[in-house]
Design a protein around this ligand. Structure first.
Ligand code: 5RP
Length: 237
C-alpha cells in the first residue's frame, strides 16, 4: 500500500473499477485529493462524490483509514465509489440515518466568483446534489482545466430524465434556450441522461429546468453557498 504522498497505481489493487493509471491529469487530481486528507478525523461521516477526482480522493482516504485505524462512515454517490469505500473497510451510511460532517466532490466546470458549477459528466449529479444539500460544507476539487469565466464555456449541462419523459423534456428544454440536446444513455437510477447546450446560463435556469415534469435533476449547481471550490493553486488548510 502506498503512503499518502505517493502516486497511486491500479496495479496495487485489482478490484478498482477505474484504471488509476489512465486518469487524465492524474497528478493534479492527486494533489487536490491530498489537500482534503487532513480534514478526515476519526468518527466522522463524510459525503463521497463521484468521478475520477473523487475516486482518487476516496482511495487516498481509504489508505489513511487503514493506516491510522480510523472509524469513518461514507455516504457514497455512486456504486463505483461505494466499492472503493468497502474495499478499505469504510462503513457505508446514508442520508436518512447519518449526518454528514463534510463532503467532497469534483466538477466539470467551476466559475469561481459566484461558486457556480456544472457537474454530472459521471452521471451521478442527483446523489451528489443530495449530499451537497445535506452537508454543512462540501469541498469541490477542481484542477485548472475545470476553471471557466462563465458556465457552459466548455461543457454541456447533463440532465437526468425519467425515461418516458425524454421527448417532452427535450421540447421544454428548447423553450428554455437549449441549442443542442444529445442523449447519452442511462444513469445508475435507470433514468435517461441528456447533455444539453445552453448559450446563456442564468441563475434562474437551475430552477426552471428542475420544474419541468420528468426532470429528476440537472448538473447545474447555482444555488449552493455551502461549497468551497479548491483549485490546484489554493493554499488550502
Ligand atoms: C460526476 C461528477 C464529477 O464530479 C465530475 O464529472 C468531475 O469528474 P472528474 O473528476 O472525473 O473530472 O459530477 O457526476
Amino acid at each position: 500500500m502506498s503512503n499518502n504522498n505517493s502516486s497511486l497505481s491500479s496495479s496495487q489493487n485489482s478490484s478498482f473499477t477505474i484504471d488509476l493509471d489512465k486518469i487524465e491529469n492524474k497528478e493534479a487530481k492527486e494533489a487536490l485529493a491530498q489537500k482534503v486528507l487532513n480534514k478526515v478525523k476519526d468518527g466522522q461521516t463524510i459525503g463521497f462524490g463521484s468521478g475520477t477526482t473523487s475516486y482518487i480522493t476516496a482511495v487516498k482516504i481509504g489508505e489513511k483509514v487503514q493506516k491510522e485505524h480510523l472509524n469513518i462512515t461514507a455516504v457514497p454517490t455512486s456504486n463505483e465509489i461505494q466499492k472503493v469505500c468497502e474495499h478499505y473497510g469504510i462503513k457505508i451510511g446514508n442520508l436518512i440515518e447519518n449526518e454528514l460532517d463534510w463532503a467532497f466532490d469534483g466538477a466539470d466546470e467551476a466559475e469561481f466568483t459566484n461558486k457556480w458549477l456544472i457537474k454530472g459528466k459521471g452521471k451521478a449529479m442527483f446523489k451528489e446534489k443530495l449530499n451537497i444539500i445535506a452537508s454543512p460544507i462540501t469541498y469541490i476539487l477542481v484542477d485548472n482545466t475545470k476553471m471557466v469565466d462563465y458556465l457552459g464555456q466548455k461543457c454541456k449541462v447533463p440532465i437526468e430524465v425519467f425515461p418516458q419523459a425524454l421527448k417532452y423534456v427535450s421540447k421544454e428544454l428548447e423553450k428554455l434556450g437549449a441549442t443542442e440536446i444529445t442523449y447519452r444513455g442511462f444513469t445508475e437510477n435507470n433514468n435517461g441522461i441528456l447533455d444539453v447546450k445552453f448559450d446563456k446560463i442564468e441563475k434562474r435556469l437551475e430552477k426552471q429546468v428542475k420544474s419541468i415534469t420528468g426532470v429528476i435533476e440537472s448538473g447545474l449547481f447555482l444555488e449552493y453557498k455551502n461549497i468551497e471550490i479548491i483549485s490546484e493553486t489554493d493554499d488550502f488548510k
